[in-house]
Design a binder for this molecule. Structure first.
Ligand SMILES: NC(=O)c1ccc[n+]([C@@H]2O[C@H](COP(=O)([O-])OP(=O)(O)OC[C@H]3O[C@@H](n4cnc5c(N)ncnc54)[C@H](OP(=O)(O)O)[C@@H]3O)[C@@H](O)[C@H]2O)c1
Length: 348
């Protein structure tokens, strides 16, 4: 808890997977909350959600919802942020936006507090929370970049369905039942709600997250590539990504190959900087089969790193296995940490 000031908070998307987690972390009092306004679409308006034991009636989010609000968390999709975040800023609120609407805007800091909290001081009302798979990767990359430089990153992801919202989680549950009952699986959401075709996710792996761009990459892959360069302040960093959805409910896993700028770096050097890195827990011991998994990382705030190996052919190449809860560090906890950093640095 910091200072005596109490803050008026709004959460747009309060009934969603990320919004519910934001409520949970605000209850832990990262800073003092005065009033809290829970906002959704018309669909959920009127429902009641508990905050610190109090029942709060959810209201429909409108341009006039933000009067008197200090910090507004947005987690209701890009089009809602595009429409309402500028209105919130006009009303005097600082927006912490979970969607991709403003991430690559050069006037908007894209922040993972362990990595680039100092970018917050340049904010002009909106701060963007990066993509979930980007967040966990840059937390692991930052201490290596600082110590030995980074020239290249190649990542393949193994992403959970909760990254696609509550409906996608329900779809995996339903398809699992259908498959085990010998019925045909019905697919309406994944790989991308907005795309033409849908495939079952249960007992499957889908090499498509979000829609395709003309260059053959998906939007999710391009988010990882572009956001990583922005957050690590290195437009020349070579980044390639392949993003895959798996039938896992929570936590994204990533196989990350990196090349350091410095040569003669050992595995124990990499392990050492990771062990001392902010927000990282190293779980890595082949002799005891110790490594992080989606289940072991679920509900935790840290980024877990294991399987640290030197590449067998490239002297400055290393492989890492990076796992974190996509709804926690990948979304809600990172946004609450951003708000906490704004409060701690008198930026709100
Ligand atoms: N899940 C993740 O891992 C993750 C990570 C980072 C970022 N994000 C981003 O966060 C956003 C929300 O994700 P989610 O997983 O929480 O989705 P979700 O579970 O589907 O929840 C969506 C939320 O947005 C609200 N909403 C929808 N349309 C609205 C409108 N027109 N006006 C106001 N509120 C509206 C919904 O309210 P109703 O209850 O009324 O429908 C609900 O509260 C997305 O943009 C997503 O890309 C998600």
């Amino acid at each position: 808890m910091t200072g005596n000031k109490k803050y008026n908070i709004a959460i747009v998307g309060a009934t969603g997977a990320v919004g519910q987690k934001i409520i949970q972390y605000l209850e832990e009092e990262p800073f003092q909350v005065n009033n809290i306004k829970l906002l959704s679409s018309k669909r959920s308006a009127g429902t009641k959600v508990k905050f610190n034991g109090r029942e709060i009636v959810v209201e429909e989010a409108t341009p006039t919802s933000f009067k008197g609000i200090d910090i507004a968390f947005f987690s209701a999709g890009g089009s809602v942020s595009e429409k309402l975040a500028p209105e919130a800023v006009k009303s005097g609120a600082i927006v912490v936006d979970n969607t991709s609407a403003y991430r690559m805007d050069e006037n908007v800091p894209l922040v993972v507090p362990e990595v680039n909290a100092s970018d917050l001081k340049d904010h002009q009302g909106i701060i963007a929370n990066p993509n979930c798979s980007t967040i966990q990767m840059v937390v692991a990359l930052k201490p290596i970049q600082e110590a030995y430089g980074l020239s290249r990153v190649i990542v393949s992801t193994y992403q959970a369905v909760s990254g696609a919202g509550l409906d996608a989680q329900d779809e995996l549950k339903e398809q699992t039942k259908q498959y085990l009952n010998g019925e045909e699986m019905t697919a309406n959401i994944l790989p991308a709600g907005a795309d033409k075709k849908h495939y079952p996710i249960a007992f499957n792996a889908l090499p498509q997250i979000d829609v395709f761009e003309d260059n053959g990459y998906t939007k999710e892959e391009l988010k990882m590539i572009n956001e990583t360069k922005k957050i690590l302040h290195d437009p020349d960093l070579q980044v390639a990504a392949t993003c895959v959805r798996l039938p896992v409910f929570t936590s994204h896993s990533e196989s990350v190959y990196i090349e350091t700028k410095e040569s003669s770096v050992s595995v124990s050097d990499i392990r050492n900087v990771l062990e001392n890195g902010k927000g990282i827990v190293v779980e890595d011991d082949p002799s005891t089969q110790t490594y992080p998994t989606p289940l072991s990382a679920a509900e935790k705030k840290e980024v877990f790193v294991g399987r640290i190996r030197k590449d067998l052919d490239t002297d400055n190449g290393f492989h890492l296995w990076v796992v974190s809860d996509n709804l926690v560090k990948g979304a809600a906890w990172n946004t609450v940490q951003i708000a906490q950093a704004l409060v701690n640095n008198n930026l709100v």
